[in-house]
Write a protein that binds this ligand. Structure first.
Ligand code: PGA
Length: 255
């Protein structure tokens, strides 16, 4: 049975005290989870050790990171390796977020190396894809996303797909308040699943969680998560407030 996942991407928000309070508030909200309905919390690196300690005893809430480096170690000032994340009890890492593609100039080649580093170190990958507005307006989003998946993931053998979750995040919906409609999300998620099936077979495609991201909030989460190919969400802004985040998690639990 494929997992449903709500993942919190805090981005560059919250100091240590605020982060600890947020995790505490989420814990106190007693989200209804089980091994197939899970939460991932991806704070900035500096939080990881503390958040990891807080998550002990929080069943089905997993620790994530927002990035890792493409090389195993070395003279890369300011960077963090996948092995370091693993040693900090991190289980998931977000790779290919559109903000890193844009602001940090991460291209397909570097992203595929990051995926390799993450998997080689026993991390699960949340691989982000999604088109800018101009591509959507030209109705070329399917080919665009397919090429991101091909370049970032399709060098992997089928045995490694078990550790991959995909997050479809149309760039025009991230942080803009403009959510994709549930029909737009479903169409793209079905397309992604078909692309996965063509490459890796129906069974793998049916088991791979595909999350939606982009202005997801409690008021639209239930409709999005009701779509047959939408398996949860990657949440930015609404992951920073416990009540909003818990509302989205509840939508996933009830879906
Ligand atoms: P948003 O961000 O929920 O603030 O739109 C989603 C993301 O970028 O992961």
């Amino acid at each position: 049975m494929r997992k449903k996942i709500v993942a919190a991407n805090w981005k560059m928000n919250l100091d240590l005290t605020e982060g600890a309070e947020l995790v505490n508030d989420i814990f106190n909200g007693s989200p209804e989870l089980n091994e197939n309905k899970i939460v991932v919390i991806a704070p900035p690196y500096i939080h990881l050790t503390h958040t990891s300690a807080q998550l002990v005893g929080m069943n089905h809430v997993h620790l994530g990171a927002q990035n890792c480096h493409a090389e195993p170690s070395g003279a890369y000032t300011g960077e963090i390796s996948a092995a370091m994340l693993k040693s900090a009890e991190v289980e998931y890492v977000i790779i290919g977020h559109s903000e890193r593609r844009e602001y940090c100039h991460e291209d397909d080649a570097v992203l595929s190396k990051k995926v390799n580093q993450a998997l080689a170190n026993g991390l699960k990958v949340i691989f982000c894809c999604g088109e800018p507005l101009a591509v959507r307006d030209a109705n070329e989003q399917n080919a665009y996303v397919e090429s991101q998946l091909t370049a970032g993931l399709f060098h992997l053998p089928v045995t490694q797909l078990i550790d991959i979750t995909i997050a479809y995040e149309p760039i025009w919906a991230i942080g803009t308040g403009r959510t994709a409609t549930s029909a737009q999300a479903q169409d793209m998620h079905a397309h992604i699943r078909k692309v996965l099936a063509n490459k890796y077979g129906e069974t793998v495609a049916a088991e791979t969680p595909i999350l939606y991201g982009g202005s997801c909030k409690p008021s639209n989460a239930a409709e999005l998560f009701a779509c047959p190919d939408v398996d949860g969400g990657l949440i930015g802004g609404a992951s920073l407030k416990a009540a909003e985040f818990l509302g989205i998690v509840a939508a996933m639990s009830n879906a």
